[in-house]
Design a binder for this molecule. Structure first.
Ligand code: IPM
Ligand code: MN
Length: 356
């Protein structure tokens, strides 16, 4: 029987719809070759929808998303909507609602892509950031006191639960073992100052490590990680960290792998509905210009297939992307590729159709 997956697609705002269309092109090209079917269901969410209807995400949308095998997201963000509303109301809402407790960010410098790091190449930049995605500073715990007065107090608390920290660390160990590269897991923390939160992280890390004698463990403070990531990116295999640090170091990592045209991420609930996205945002200034690089969205589709269990199809997408980056694109930045968004999608598709 043909395997069938239901994919909820949220094209979203700005250039989201343009890049998602190219991701779907790649998905359709591989699903045909590997004999599974993808049924897409479009879901109209984002800043444009919010401006027109006043709605962020309602319960019927959540219901319908919960029936999907995966969510494929373009971008959420609108220049006319105040920062925080769409992020909290849509993106974080979905992460929390579906308990997508892992934010997975593969960082790989592909051949043909330039890195801003001097004397570093594809052999040096190949690691993964595993970021906790439902706790820490992101829960919204805290508040104001005497807001708007000279005595104002603003508190934003970092919530770290043993359960939340442990499941994230365990995922990172498992991922490191399965990835089977250098088999080294680095905990990124700040044990010298955040002596409660990262004490819990460090103790949990050391406890779980006992179950993974085949994985080498390492620890570094987040500020040091930022230095090493620039100076010696080859030291890293898998890095595990909390929500806030993970947010920051994964953008640093994105830029050393070539930037927003390339970087893709996944919000994963290993036993629920996961969500896959290019991390570049809605890029309003490029909207409708057909210049944005769809490779990040195509790589998000690749991670999606690998996560739902279609590893061979995922590998075929990655191979096609590698060829496009090595043979065709002049540059990965928007407007400098030498091709339009659609043409890049077509190149990926061609390589898939013609692969062995
Ligand atoms: C990311 C983004 C989000 C985050 C924003 C848009 C809320 O930066 O996915 O990394 O901070 O998690
Ligand atoms: Mn971020």
């Amino acid at each position: 029987m043909t395997k069938k997956y239901k994919i909820a697609v949220i094209p979203g705002d700005g250039t989201g719809p343009e890049v998602v269309a190219e991701g779907i092109k790649a998905l359709d090209a591989v699903s045909g070759r590997f004999g599974f079917r993808l049924a897409y269901e479009n879901c109209n969410l984002g800043g444009e929808h919010y401006k027109n209807t006043g709605e962020l995400v309602d319960d019927t949308v959540l219901e319908s998303l919960s029936r999907a095998d995966a969510i494929y997201l373009g971008a959420i963000g609108h220049p006319d909507v105040k920062p925080g509303i769409l992020e909290k109301g849509i993106l974080l809402k979905l992460r929390f609602h579906f308990d997508q407790y892992i934010n997975l960010r593969p960082v790989k410098l592909y051949e043909g892509v330039e890195t801003p790091l001097k004397n570093k190449g594809p052999d040096d930049i190949d690691f993964v950031v595993v970021r906790e995605n439902t706790e820490g500073l992101y829960t919204g715990a805290g508040g104001f006191h005497k807001k708007g007065t000279p005595d104002e107090v603003a508190i934003q608390e970092s919530i770290n639960t043993r359960k939340g920290v442990e499941r994230c660390i365990r995922y990172a160990f498992e991922y490191c073992r399965k990835r089977n590269k250098r088999k080294k897991l680095t905990l990124c923390g700040k044990t010298n100052v955040l002596t409660y939160a990262f004490d819990l992280w460090e103790r949990t890390f050391n406890d779980v490590a006992k179950e993974y004698p085949d994985i080498e463990t390492d620890y570094a403070n987040v500020d040091a990680i930022c230095m090493w990531m620039v100076k010696n990116p080859e030291w890293f295999d898998v890095i595990v960290t909390d929500n806030m640090f993970g947010d920051i170091i994964s953008d640093l990592a994105a830029i050393i792998q070539g930037g927003m045209g390339i970087a893709a991420g996944a919000n994963i609930n290993p036993s629920g509905v996961s969500m896959f996205e290019p991390i570049g945002g809605s890029a309003p200034k490029y909207t409708g210009k057909h210049v944005i690089n769809p490779i990040a969205a195509i790589l998000a589709a690749q991670i999606m297939l690998a996560t739902i269990g279609e590893q061979k199809a995922a590998a075929m997408i990655e191979d096609a992307v590698k060829k496009v980056l090595r043979n065709d694109l002049k540059d990965v930045a928007a407007g400098k590729m030498g091709y339009t968004t659609e043409e890049v999608g077509n190149l990926v598709k061609e390589y898939i159709v013609n692969s062995e």
